[in-house]
Ligand binder design. Structure first.
Ligand SMILES: C=CC1=C(C)c2cc3[nH]c(cc4nc(cc5[nH]c(cc1n2)c(C)c5CCC(=O)O)C(CCC(=O)O)=C4C)c(C)c3C=C
Ligand SMILES: [Fe+2]
Ligand SMILES: [Fe+2]
Length: 361
């Protein structure tokens, strides 16, 4: 028995290529309580996501959270579910197909592009195995989170390296840490907002809403908060906004401790009460629409604002499959492939060498 998962790797005849793994968070398989429970059990057990002392967290997670939350959250998932499935699976699948096509057209050698999810399916293990079988000797990983956070990006890194750690032949590896200030990403966001304004006119305030993390993470050195601020500033500059025309806040709080502030819901309550008439909300940290944008932002927070006295509320969709988004991601990938070594470990050549040295093929 070997400790490696790739012992027969040199026997298959797949030709050498570069593999691209796009990774998003993951979503339940079905919008029912058992599926949501399975998903949350995996997600919330990740020590990158919740840093509480394991034995205590196990008791809280299994004793309280997984008994109550799945039923409530499954109902929310049902409200955003599409005939093709969860938005957070369907949209990234389409993005992947389009990026794959785009890369095949511009990269000289063969490129294989595959989608994986950090939690649930298709798993990172499956994605990496698919790429291995297609002959990927170089591997470029792009977590679809523009801003780095240990809770998201680093968790993708953990899982990719755990899986690769089971191989004898580890591929050349490149990992894209973030793209929070990439001009093509910022320009795509700005274009999506301008297009919305061309049709619907301008709001009194543009609210940029980002997923929160515990404040403790910022104090411990997580650069997420700073990267978010930079994205916000660049986007406002690109749109030519004055300081009083835009604001940045954090959504999706979880648990009792303090998270990054200001909070989105509190901001909207204050604005409604203060007589701000129209608010447009955009979520630049989400590369695809999902439960957190389609339900929390577009439904719950709309109610919060209107009930507090606001009159008009628009949600501007995530970049999703926009052409300029696909271009931005593809160019980011191409730049990160630059100067990569060509095939010093072509499988046919390795097989020949192994046979020449008397290996059992
Ligand atoms: C408990 C801690 C959580 C941290 C820290 C966290 C960070 C974080 N999350 C995203 C992106 C998404 N989160 C989504 C859902 C979601 N997030 C948490 C918890 C934390 N997230 C939970 C429990 C859930 C599930 C829904 C719920 O029970 O409330 C999603 C949407 C998933 C979907 O299926 O649509 C996304 C996307 C980021 C970017 C981030 C840190 C920067
Ligand atoms: Fe989250
Ligand atoms: Fe949420």
């Amino acid at each position: 028995m070997s400790r490696y998962s790739d012992e027969t790797d040199f026997r298959h005849d797949a030709q050498d290529c570069t593999g691209v793994l796009l990774v998003n968070l993951g979503t339940p398989d079905k919008p029912d309580a058992p599926s949501v429970r399975r998903y949350l059990a995996e997600f919330l057990w990740d020590p990158r996501v919740v840093e509480i002392w394991r034995p205590l967290w196990w008791l809280i997670l299994h004793g309280v959270i997984l008994r109550i939350r799945p039923r409530k959250v499954a109902a929310l998932y049902r409200s955003v579910w599409t005939p093709e499935g969860s938005p957070l699976l369907v949209i990234p699948q389409k993005q992947t197909e389009r990026v794959a096509k785009k890369l095949a057209g511009i990269v000289p050698g063969r490129v294989e592009t595959v989608l994986a999810m950090r939690y649930g399916s298709p798993s990172i293990q499956e994605g990496l195995e698919t790429l291995r079988q297609r002959g990927a000797r170089r591997l470029l990983v792009l977590p679809l989170y523009p801003q780095y956070s240990a809770t998201t990006t680093a968790s993708v890194f953990d899982e990719v390296t755990r899986v690769l750690g089971q191989r004898r032949l580890v591929p050349g590896l490149r990992f894209i840490q973030h793209y929070h200030d990439d001009p093509a990403y910022i320009n795509a966001l700005a274009a999506s907002i301008r297009e919305h304004w061309d049709v619907h006119g301008r709001p009194d305030k543009l609210l940029m809403s980002f997923h929160g993390i515990p404040r403790r993470c910022l104090l411990a050195g997580d650069p997420y908060f700073c990267e978010v601020q930079k994205t916000g500033r660049l986007l406002a500059e690109t749109l030519g906004l004055e300081d009083d025309q835009w604001f940045l806040a954090f959504q999706s709080r979880f648990g009792r401790e303090e998270w990054l502030k200001p909070y989105v819901d509190q901001t909207l309550r204050d604005w409604g009460a203060a007589g701000v008439g129209r608010v447009d909300v955009v979520c630049p940290g989400f590369s695809a629409d999902c439960l957190e944008t389609l339900e929390e932002i577009s439904v719950q927070n709309r109610e919060t604002f209107i009930e507090s006295g606001g009159s008009e509320y628009h949600y501007i969709p995530a970049l999703n499959e926009r052409q300029d988004h696909i271009e931005a991601l593809s160019q980011l990938l191409v730049r990160n492939m630059a100067g990569w070594d060509e095939d010093c470990n072509d499988p046919a050549a390795r097989l020949a060498r192994a046979q020449a040295h008397g290996a059992q093929a």
